[in-house]
Design a binder for this molecule. Structure first.
Ligand code: MN
Length: 184
């Protein structure tokens, strides 16, 4: 083997070594990237599952006191936040409905505004379809209009209420919402 041939052979071997090293590094890098991608997708799945299975709601206000069975089906808890007075003539509070819990049919002489802070529920004005209410929704119940509101079957709801014009009255309670109406 001549000196030139030996140098060429050595160079060739080095090139092979470098190529192998580079290709190994490339494979490792690809594999790591695949693993990361798998991990991300698993994390996304877990986050989605945790969200869909979330039943514990965030409480901003105290849980409050259980509403009387004559006005509610299931469990509803009321926490008064602002008592109406002659200056503001407005009542503000929070109701937490457990899953399946709902109000009876009722009216508010001065109307009502609902602000949903967590969970999923329903509200319905008589003669109109039942509507879903969820975190971030703001709902107006017009004065002297029969309606009901409550939680969904599987998830509770945190519902802040504002009742204005309390000099006209706060609430007139009526009959319970039947399962047929609730499940429609
Ligand atoms: Mn109402």
């Amino acid at each position: 083997m001549t000196k030139t041939n030996l140098r060429n052979s050595t160079l060739f071997l080095w090139l092979i070594c470098i190529s192998v090293l580079f290709s190994c590094k490339e494979n490792t890098s690809t594999k790591t990237s695949e693993n990361e991608s798998v991990q991300t997708s698993e994390a996304e799945k877990e986050a989605t599952a945790a969200h869909s299975e979330k039943t514990e709601l965030d409480f901003i206000f105290p849980k409050g006191n259980k509403g009387p069975d004559k006005n509610f089906t299931g469990n509803a808890f009321n926490a008064g936040l602002v008592a109406p007075d002659s200056t503001y003539t407005t009542a503000v509070g929070n109701v937490y409905f457990e899953p399946g819990g709902r109000s009876n049919w009722h009216t508010h002489p001065g109307g009502q505004i609902l602000i949903i802070t967590d969970g999923v529920g329903y509200h319905q004005i008589e003669g109109q379809p039942k509507e879903i209410m969820k975190k971030g929704d703001v709902i107006k119940c017009p004065p002297n209009t029969r309606h009901w509101h409550g939680a969904s079957e599987d998830t509770g709801v945190q519902q802040m209420y504002i009742v204005p014009n309390t000099e006209k009255g706060i609430v007139n309670w009526m009959e319970a919402v039947s399962d047929e109406v609730y499940n429609q």
